[in-house]
Design a binder for this molecule. Structure first.
Ligand SMILES: [Zn+2]
Length: 425
């Protein structure tokens, strides 16, 4: 598969980070008093602290924990909560600049790579790569595929479009019914620069005219999507799937991951283990609290039932050994608290160390970028997070961006609350 490494400007020179406890993302035990040497933005050494080298810039990170930059594999960075009236009155620049703020907040949270699964145009990816705007390296689905009236179809029953669905510079939403539609839409998305293809094999919550139990993209069409991307070097295909049959269609059709998966049967879980299909449970969105002041009693009841079913489904998948990657669906809920998902993952059975791996190396694998991202190892991009809390003791504390003291991307310091990291020499 030709996964493209989204670049970010790198820091030239040599820098040693010493004294921190290294949690490297591979699942290895933490290494106290570690040393990580960066050269031109790439890790060239990660291990026990060595004798000092004269003339090399050193950051003393004693008393902190050093982790890989996190990867959020499911975000919607262009989704910002705005009242419909206000949204209609906006100039496009207001939206663009607000997305820039969201990119910054996500980076400050410790996310150095993000996969946007509907909504963001490649213009943002290019701007981050160029260094025009600070943000996570971006992998994009651009738009998702569903049938007319399905999760990807924004049209209301009276034919009108909500303001959020008017997206200048974007190809049309991925509404597909026939196989010909699938072929044309997938090829258009690839031409526009998609790094992944997202399909909805079930209906959704929150789209205007569908229901989670609706059938979306069929197993045969998922297979068609996989074969189409195969003709162009391959890309991950991921499926929004809220029901068991939707997840099964996606797994059998060859999707590389399932988003949500709140109703998986043991049979589907066994198939996922057998095929190595990853699960991105987006627990931050499943477990978000609805406002009892505005949500109806029926909606609250329905939500409580979905919580129970979803947690049970994800717990069984984790226990069976399905690979899990961190994804939050940020945008559906506030941006900048992405690492709150780590504690949620511990709630469904991962150890804190496994949750860190789900948020780093597993995400890199899902994106096809594990050769360059996802762990602190020689040869990888120096995407790093400095935490002032021990993530293995209090993983919930990482939800608060104030505990993420510093963030590096390809060795470049993009956040440094305490001035911990000097310029490379
Ligand atoms: Zn989503």
């Amino acid at each position: 598969m030709t996964a493209r490494l989204p670049t970010t400007p790198s820091a030239p020179g040599v820098l040693r980070l010493v004294g921190a406890t290294l949690v490297d993302g591979t699942g290895a035990a933490p290494l106290p008093d570690a040393e990580v040497e960066l050269r031109d933005g790439v890790v060239v050494y990660a291990g026990p602290r060595r004798a000092p080298a004269p003339g090399v810039a050193v950051a003393d990170l004693t008393g902190t924990w050093l982790l890989p930059g996190f990867i959020d594999t499911h975000v919607h960075l262009s989704m910002v909560p705005t009242a419909p009236e206000e949204q209609r009155a906006r100039f496009p620049e207001e939206d663009v600049l607000e997305v820039a703020e969201v990119l910054r907040a996500t980076l400050d949270a410790g996310v150095t790579t993000a996969r946007d699964l509907d909504g963001l145009t490649p213009g943002y990816r290019n701007a981050v790569a160029r260094g025009t705007v600070a943000g996570p390296r971006l992998h994009l689905a651009i738009a998702m595929l569903s049938p007319t009236g399905g999760h990807a179809d924004p049209v209301r029953p009276n034919g009108s479009l909500p303001a959020w669905a008017v997206r200048p510079g974007m190809p049309a939403p991925g509404v597909v019914d026939t196989d010909d539609d699938v072929v044309r839409t997938v090829r258009t998305l690839l031409r526009t620069g998609a790094d992944a293809i997202k399909v909805s094999t079930s209906g959704g919550v929150g789209s205007p005219t569908d229901d989670p139990d609706d059938v979306g993209i069929t197993e045969e069409q998922v297979r068609l999507v996989v074969s189409l991307v195969g003709e162009r070097g391959g890309r991950p295909v991921t499926a929004h799937a809220l029901t068991d049959s939707a997840a099964r269609s996606a797994v059998l059709g060859g999707a590389s991951s399932i988003e949500h998966g709140y109703d998986l049967s043991d049979e589907t879980i066994a198939l996922m283990v057998e095929r190595g299909t990853a699960l991105v449970p987006t627990l931050s969105t499943l477990l978000r609290e609805l406002d009892p002041a505005t949500a109806s009693a029926e909606r609250l009841r329905h939500r409580a039932a979905l919580h129970r079913r979803g947690i049970d489904s994800v717990r069984r998948a984790v226990a069976a050994g399905v690979p899990v990657a961190l994804g939050t669906d940020a945008g559906v809920h506030p941006h900048g608290r992405n690492l709150a998902e780590l504690a949620r993952l511990v709630q469904v059975g991962l150890t804190p160390l496994e949750a860190v791996t789900a948020g780093t190396l597993q995400g890199a694998r899902l994106l096809g970028l594990e050769a360059r991202l996802g762990s602190v190892e020689a040869g990888k991009e120096a995407d790093l997070v400095v935490s002032r809390v021990d993530p293995l003791v209090d993983i919930g504390a990482l939800a608060d961006a104030a505990n993420v003291r510093a963030v590096l991307q390809s060795g470049r310091v993009v956040k440094d609350l305490n001035g911990l990291v000097p310029t490379a020499s």
